[in-house]
Design a protein around this ligand. Sequence first.
Ligand code: ZN
Length: 267
Amino acid sequence: MPELPEVQTVLREVVKELQDARIEGLECLYPGTVIVDPELRGIAWPATLTGYERRGKYMLLHLSRGNSLIIHLRMTGKLVSTRIKDEASCHERACILLEGGHKLRFVDIRTFGKITLCRTENIPRFMPNLGVEPLGGDFTPAYLKQLFRQRKTPIKNALMDQTLIAGLGNIYANEILYRSRIDPQTPAGSLSLHKLKRLEEQTRAVLSEAIAMNGTSISDFRRVDDKSGEFQNFLQVYQKEKCPRGHSVQKIKQGGRSTFFCPVCQK
Ligand SMILES: [Zn+2]
């Protein structure tokens, strides 16, 4: 499942595809994959890319004519450029048409991914309530202390709650907690400012390293050019049997997801 570093990687590559090309249209190939703002006025195409940003696991592409695309890959969504690989897929759910006959295919086995075309000013209506950006300036130990105040929910679950912190999923939550030496079962509200400082630093470090390595390709994350990310080679506890210091990694379930942690390092 793409998390913040994978979405950032795909966004960077989508922007490269779109920045010098006229966008000719958006085709929906599976019911419900493309959502169109009912307030969209007139013709949306052709359009050009005028700006972009990432919010949590969402990509926002701003277009000419006052419209935007919101792309959410969800579990298995990927964007594949026909410039790199022109191969039809039976899992193609939507398609961004570019000038010269090029396409960006939205391929999504599980069909949970969405592409929304909306008026730029209506973006908030189509976005869920998202928490703080873990690479942004607001993500500080003091902010986390306030955010987790009186929360008894385990820190692992709190890290993955998109309404608290936007962009972290199971792989990075495991890795961040290992590197912060925090037991994933610790109630979020009981963490000291000192430990939250470590959590903040390690969150930034893990995410930045993963972005630099184009994300993690564990299951089926692929980039726009169909290449894999490389961060899976640097994971320290996720799906490991031993931690880097040689202790046995323990696997438990939290919120229905697998948690990997070292009971020695993460006391
Ligand atoms: Zn250990």
